[in-house]
Write a protein that binds this ligand. Structure first.
Ligand SMILES: *[C@@H]1O[C@H](CO)[C@@H](O)[C@H](O)[C@H]1NC(C)=O
Ligand SMILES: *[C@@H]1O[C@H](CO)[C@@H](O)[C@H](O)[C@H]1NC(C)=O
Ligand SMILES: *[C@@H]1O[C@H](CO)[C@@H](O)[C@H](O)[C@H]1NC(C)=O
Ligand SMILES: *[C@@H]1O[C@H](CO)[C@@H](O)[C@H](O)[C@H]1NC(C)=O
Ligand SMILES: *[C@@H]1O[C@H](CO)[C@@H](O)[C@H](O)[C@H]1NC(C)=O
Ligand SMILES: *[C@@H]1O[C@H](CO)[C@@H](O)[C@H](O)[C@H]1NC(C)=O
Length: 555
């Protein structure tokens, strides 16, 4: 390069020497205004180009003689001002360091930069308080090795992509400027020039920091957001019990939650089993003990929709005499209903084992009546399966209906009939299913046979048969007979009438109006057990566990 530049230079400056014999006035502006290209200028340039076709003006045919001539005038002044050793022989550097008046002037001569002499390898414009954008005309001098623009007031973006044309540039200083950061994402550029080139320049003081920022903005933050979203998504779909309560969906249980509650549905937790249902005792993360009924049969899509609709209704039932449904799981692989766990006896066992007193039986009958009336008034589409086996007693002796069905033809007569059967069983401790071969008719016939003359036979003999008890039991049997009489001979009593008779005979005062449950009002647990009846399967009781409590199952 050095040798080439040495030969190029004379071609450029012969123009001046031949034409003016170096009579240049002190001011470049004056010269630009007064000096005119000599008549043979065209020939001179043409000859120059023949000798060295690389000269920048050789590409601009036809020659703009005026512009080329002006650029030679500027070049000669700039060469002298820059203290080049011999402006006739060489022009290696533009040195406008700390020349705040001249630097902007020379930068404004676009025609000069357009024909930037090939000999120039160094440009220093530092310490001039230059204003405005990056002086892009410099890029015409694509051969330079050295560029210093430090200590100016340049603003805007640095045209980083243009630096790729300055292949021989090895020194760059943009320090102490006011460039903007935006758009400066050329990693190649920052590999080429280290941070000492950009001290207080507005662009990245340190390309490691820059890379870090880029990494943070482009990679780490999006990855972090993705991870958070993924984790939340996973928690929502899999383990919502780890989410804060406000983010959980009420009533919805996921298979993972149930798995965790039952040690992956371990045999130890299995408390009941039938063809289509497995019943587990589980413990949720908040330590609530729950009963989980898992259905093994697969349902069609529309039946699953019905299942969920049913569960939604069950979850809303709220009465002190109904078992509380906590939620359900409706997954393609796992379908289940979750209700609160109760350790308690069912009424059938209770009646059979301990022969409870009349007072306690009345409490159960009244409680069940409340539950039925609540369902009848508020949820006519929900019916309960009123068998003594399906009624559970909690630790306060309060009866809880635990088995429900959906019955869209709200048949009051049937409900009253079933209630009648129930109270007759409560008085007599006889089971139509077992003692009369499942025939209700046989049971009722037996009652009518002995009523009212042979009451002693009808009333459970284990009750202390005080006169008062016998009187009350007699009225209850009569009520039961009226309820179960579908012959049409008598009108069935209404719920009001039934309430009246029971309350009259009960030492328990019927609560006036609102029997709805207030969950955990007194901080005590109100255990319940629930069952949706859709399969009509009977489930076998689980074998007795070591505690004497039986686990109840009433599908
Ligand atoms: C300069 O000379 C060339 C031929 O060498 C010619 O084509 C061109 O027209 C001339 N230009 C002027 C401005 O005289
Ligand atoms: C060149 O610069 C010197 C001072 O460095 C000055 O005396 C001289 O007049 C200048 N010559 C031209 C032709 O501008
Ligand atoms: C840069 O310019 C300031 C005035 O703008 C001057 O005080 C300082 O000496 C200059 N620095 C150099 C290295 O020329
Ligand atoms: C860089 O230098 C090499 C060799 O010195 C030269 O061939 C090349 O043309 C130069 N690049 C530019 C853009 O001037
Ligand atoms: C940065 O580059 C300059 C030359 O441009 C060099 O002198 C200096 O040692 C480099 N500094 C570091 C830290 O790489
Ligand atoms: C650029 O200029 C600044 C200030 O003059 C200086 O501190 C820095 O070292 C220079 N950078 C290089 C690469 O020379």
């Amino acid at each position: 390069m050095g040798s080439i530049s040495a030969t190029l230079l004379p071609f450029f400056f012969t123009v001046l020497m031949n034409s003016f014999s170096l009579i240049i006035s002190p001011s470049v502006i004056e010269d630009l205004n007064n000096l005119k290209p000599p008549p043979d200028f065209n020939v001179t340039i043409t000859n120059n180009c023949i000798n060295n076709p690389l000269l920048r003006y050789c590409n601009s045919t036809p020659f703009d003689l005026q512009e080329i001539f002006k650029s030679t005038i500027v070049a000669s002044h700039l060469c002298n001002i820059s203290k080049n050793p011999n402006c006739v022989e060489s022009f290696p550097k533009i040195n406008l360091h700390h020349k705040p008046k001249l630097a902007p002037l020379y930068l404004s001569f676009t025609f000069f930069w357009k024909y930037c002499p090939l000999t120039i390898t160094s440009i220093d414009l530092s310490n001039n308080s230059l204003k405005g954008n990056f002086p892009s005309d410099i890029f015409y001098c694509s051969q330079i090795h050295h560029l210093d623009l430090s200590h100016n007031r340049l603003v805007g973006d640095v045209p980083i992509e243009n630096f790729s044309s300055l292949t021989n540039l090895t020194f760059l200083n943009l320090s102490y400027n006011h460039f903007s950061e935006t758009g400066n994402l050329g990693l190649e550029f920052f590999k080429r020039f280290n941070s000492t080139c950009f001290i207080h320049s507005g662009i990245f003081p340190n390309h490691i920091e820059f890379r870090f920022k880029v990494l943070l903005l482009l990679v780490v933050i999006p990855v972090f957001v993705l991870v958070v979203v993924f984790c939340l998504g996973w928690l929502c779909s899999s383990r919502p019990d780890f989410l804060p309560r406000c983010l959980r969906r009420r009533y919805k249980f996921t298979p993972s939650v149930l798995k965790a509650a039952t040690n992956n549905f371990s045999k130890k937790k299995l408390v009941g089993k039938s063809n289509s249902v497995n019943v587990f005792c589980g413990i949720l993360r908040d330590r609530t003990e729950v009963r989980i009924e898992v259905y093994n049969d697969s349902l069609l899509v529309e039946d699953r929709v019905k299942f969920v609709e049913g569960c939604e209704i069950l979850a809303q039932l709220s009465h002190k005499n109904l078992v509380r449904v906590l939620g359900w799981c409706d997954n393609r692989r796992l379908r289940a209903i979750i209700s609160e766990w109760i350790d308690g006896e069912d009424v059938e066992t209770w009646l059979g084992n301990c022969g409870p007193s009349w007072k306690r039986r009345m409490k159960v009958m009244v409680g069940i009546l409340h539950g039925i009336i609540y369902l009848h008034e508020e949820w006519p589409q929900v019916d309960c399966d009123l068998k003594t086996k399906n009624i559970l007693l909690n630790e306060n002796g309060e009866p809880l209906i635990s088995k429900f069905k959906f019955n869209y033809d709200d048949n009051v007569s049937k409900k009253v009939h079933k209630f009648g059967m129930f109270i007759l069983e409560m008085v007599s401790n006889m089971r139509p299913m077992k003692d009369f071969d499942g025939a209700e008719a046989g049971f009722l016939h037996w009652i009518r046979l002995h009523y009212p003359d042979n009451l002693q036979k009808l009333i459970d003999e284990r009750m202390k048969k005080k006169e008062l008890v016998i009187d009350q039991a007699k009225e209850v049997i009569e009520l039961g007979l009226l309820c179960t009489d579908l012959s049409g001979a008598h009108e069935q009593p209404s719920w009001d009438q039934i309430s009246y008779v029971l309350s009259k005979n009960s030492c328990i005062v019927l609560a006036s109006s609102d029997h709805r449950r207030h969950h955990h009002v007194d901080g005590r647990r109100k255990p319940k057990l629930i069952q949706i009846d859709e399969t009509h399967d009977e489930i076998e009781m689980a074998p007795h566990t070591s505690t004497d409590h039986r686990r109840y199952l009433t599908v």
